[in-house]
Design a protein around this ligand. Sequence first.
Ligand code: NDP
Length: 255
Amino acid sequence: MNVLDSFALNGRRALVTGGNRGLGRAFALALAEAGADVAIVARDASLNAQVVEELEARGRRGLAVQADITVKDQVTAMVAEVTSALGGIDILVNNAGIAIHRPALEVPDDEWQQVMDLNVTALWNTSTAVAPGMIAAGGGAIVNVGSMSAQIVNRPQWQASYNASKAAVHHLTRSLAAEWAPHGIRVNAIAPGYVKTEMAPVDRPEFRQNWILDAPLQRYATPEEIAPSVVYLASPATSFMTGTILLIDGGYSVY
Ligand code: NDP
């Protein structure tokens, strides 16, 4: 086998949460370009439909499910729909997430809960809904989207709930990697630095010093620069990797 063949995903079926914009869209399109049929789940139906068109333009099967993955029943129904439509799920990318900037003493209870519900509980519910099918099929690959914020504290904005939620994602990655390895399921995570999306206002002047100039590469990333790492972790190229957190931060956390 040629080494590049080990990165191919021909015949695989992938599910990407939050796949209708930003990083999730780039991940969905990259998985399709590597050969996978791809389902996305998110709430905005018109953005969902646009990504399905982009997936199909790459010659792959595209499917969108409109659902709020913070509601467990909707996760259960969504996973059943994707499994039935694609015939199974070999790759799960837990990407949907939210960040809210606010000093700790000003964070209302419901805002803390909103961050944990999406970044941690929805990832947990989606993983535990998809894993039984992977176990029955003999294995699969889960790629969680963590963050460098799991291991550094961002500044000048405060975002304690986000940072804590991503630390939970990283350790859940290691925990599920250990528990599901005997079933052939690999569980890894990526930990991006600043990436230009709706979530991260990378162009705001007040963030330039800390977000951009403090990083060795002195710039932010585009989603397309992060996507190849998701293909890598989803593919046989990483058949001996599990429980790994892949940091992709332009060198930000070396200091
Ligand atoms: P965006 O805000 O651009 O996209 C978030 C995605 O999640 C959208 O597709 C959104 O679709 C979906 N989503 C939000 N809430 C729900 C919900 N309740 N149910 C289903 N889908 C939902 O974020 P990014 O692309 O920037 O971030 C993607 C991931 O990358 C997140 O986990 C984030 O923490 C992580 N990350 C981002 C970094 C950055 O600098 N941008 C850096 C490090 C990590 P819809 O609203 O239609 O539901």
